[in-house]
Design a protein around this ligand. Sequence first.
Ligand code: GDP
Ligand code: MN
Length: 423
Amino acid sequence: MDTAGTVSPAQGSLGPAPNPPNNSGLGGSNLKIHEYQAKEILAKYGVAVPKGEMANTLEEATEVTRKLFAEGAAGVVVKAQIHAGGRGKGGGVKVARTREDAELYAKNILGMQLVTHQTGPQGQKVQRLLIEETAAIDRELYLGIVLDRATSELVFMASQAGGMEIEEVAAKDPEAIFKESIDPAVGFGAWQARKLAFALGLKATQITAAVAFLQSLYKAFIETDASLVEINPFITTKDDKLLALDAKITFDDNALFRHPAIKALRDTAEEDPLEVEASKYALNYIKLDGSIACMVNGAGLAMATMDIIQYAGGSPANFLDVGGGATQEQIEHAFEILLADAHVKAILINIFGGILRVDRLATGVVAATRNLHVKVPIVLRLEGTNVEEGRKILAESGLNFQVGETMKEAAELVVAAAAKAGA
Ligand code: GDP
Ligand code: MN
């Protein structure tokens, strides 16, 4: 479904799940890879994919194009490689019948700021292309494997409505999506693959190949510890072949230690630079659209803090969990990351001191405020171990901190401070 989150079909809607915060313990996050990388992995499992190669430059694109035509391709498709779906509609997928057209498309797409419904209005810069031999498409179908969190089982989904956003199909015509739940003790049965193949309306001559195709996808999902495998479109060709024309795989971060080769496929150029920076210091940071930065310890408290900011009439600029055992150094880096977001008008620090003692946090906050010349107003709400010492350190710092006695009061203070600063 071209979303980062895992989707639960049992929720009734296949709408995009929000991005779960990185490594926050809220379900973990998922590594995204490019289409060309997903196809390389799937090909190893025997999944049929079009012939093609990735190109980083125009020269490489020209060379791949030359080769494909020389090997008999009737045309090539030039595909932008970004970590977002909807590229076709955004102008990032073009079919060329001649070498000249292919080169022109490559020139236009490489380096373009590609806007799709998944990139946000600013788009994503295209840094590489996948150039493939075109296929003579007969039908565009859909295949996907996701985890259903309600039943703790994988669900294999198939639909005749391929090439469209599956969320749209799920909303308008949920009956058009066929599903097979997979018992983890038994695995994906050949009978289930056959059921889905028939549901797709495939011809008798295509069923055996389709069953093998679906089984290969399932094997790839299991053996790579994937969190999502999606083929949209899964096509039949005029000469009765089955192909993965597009491929999306995301992987469960918590299992990546078992797959160093997959871990190495991470492309930080596709990620938010501040999120990449945060991950270096083991900070769980997700940038959001609002104006109030939050620094919180613990994912649950972070969620509650974002809620209470909204309740007080403000909007959070981020989700930042510094973790239970944050060091002064981490707190300084956290500040740097929060302040790098130009939308931030005020900061709310909401800490429940446990392993991270409040006095140590206060020392870190005072040091960071001085070292980084923090100008935006800071509101704190502190509780827990050594809270009195912590408050004393803040009061004696000579810096202008506001302290809220309760979460509600702190949220109201920070919303007022942000409003005053022009949020
Ligand atoms: P997405 O828009 O990011 O999901 O990118 P896709 O890889 O799914 O491509 C979008 C659409 O382009 C597909 O649904 C196809 O209709 C079309 N397309 C992709 N590759 C080919 C090809 O080789 N030949 C033709 N005729 N169309 C293609
Ligand atoms: Mn697609």
